[in-house]
Design a protein around this ligand. Structure first.
Ligand code: BGC
Length: 255
């Protein structure tokens, strides 16, 4: 089965049809720059462009970098504040002309890692953290997602964790791997005190350089592994969510 997944990020909006049996792209992905200041209308237009590019007719899964409840976007840490309280699912569905399933970006990445990547088969408490522009989180217990956790906004030393330990913080403050790993360790140790995970999956673009910082992480009991799907996870998870939401044809029971 194939489903179209689209991942909305602060710098790029990326989409591809996904082969849901293998958790892989069925065609090359399309990336379009996120319109300046990532406002709702222009982002919806990009979604429509992506759907048209793939001649897609059918449900679409879309990720958003903030809290999403019942299709309404409720936070916007790194995108325009116009998203807060918006019925983004309806906006997108009108723009693309098909039903849309909308979910948080880290939740989508986590779903993909749990089914096809580093979390496969893990049954305890698992947390996936995407260290990127912000810090996204996805929490699983017994393989089931607890949606919309926002562990990137835990307060550490009086600051939002994502201001100290995201990949953007490393770049903006020009931190060495050692210094940044120290910040990530402090963050993970704090999170661990609150949720006691057995496995922490570290995702986001920086997970490609996991060998540079994961060996430097200290003071954390849980097993820590890099994500394996890396930049396909959001799109694959979006497609999975759309498939889960699609109505299943039911056969009538005999009377
Ligand atoms: C947002 C999360 C999002 C993460 C990664 C955070 O700032 O609050 O909802 O998952 O960034 O995009």
């Amino acid at each position: 089965m194939r489903m179209l997944g689209i991942d909305i990020g602060g710098s790029g909006i990326k989409g591809a049809p996904v082969d849901l049996t293998r958790g892989e792209f069925a065609e090359d992905r399309l990336r379009i720059d996120t319109p300046h200041s990532a406002e709702p209308g222009p982002v919806a237009e990009v979604l429509a462009q992506i759907v048209k590019h793939f001649d897609w007719t059918g449900p679409v899964g879309v990720t958003f970098p903030g809290v999403v409840i019942d299709g309404t976007t409720l936070s916007a840490a790194n995108v325009s504040k116009k998203w807060v309280g918006l019925d983004a699912r309806s906006l997108f569905a009108d723009a693309v002309g098909h039903p849309v399933t909308l979910l948080n970006d880290a939740d989508a990445a986590g779903m993909a890692e749990m089914r096809f990547g580093a979390g496969r088969g893990a049954t305890g408490t698992v947390v996936l953290l995407t260290l990127g522009t912000g810090i996204g989180s996805a929490l699983f217990t017994g393989g089931t997602l607890v949606p919309n956790t926002e562990f990137g906004h835990l307060e550490i030393h009086g600051k939002d964790a994502e201001e100290r330990a995201s990949a953007r913080a490393r770049e903006e403050h020009d931190l060495s791997w050692e210094k940044w790993a120290h910040r990530v360790s402090t963050y993970l140790a704090h999170l661990e005190k609150l949720i006691l995970p057995s496995l922490i999956v570290v995702g986001g673009g920086v997970s490609r350089k996991a060998d540079k910082f994961l060996p430097l992480i200290e003071g954390v009991r849980a097993e820590i592994v890099p994500a394996t799907l890396q930049n396909t996870a959001g799109i694959v998870g979006a497609a999975m969510a759309a498939a889960d939401a699609a109505p299943v044809a039911r056969t009538r029971r005999p009377a």
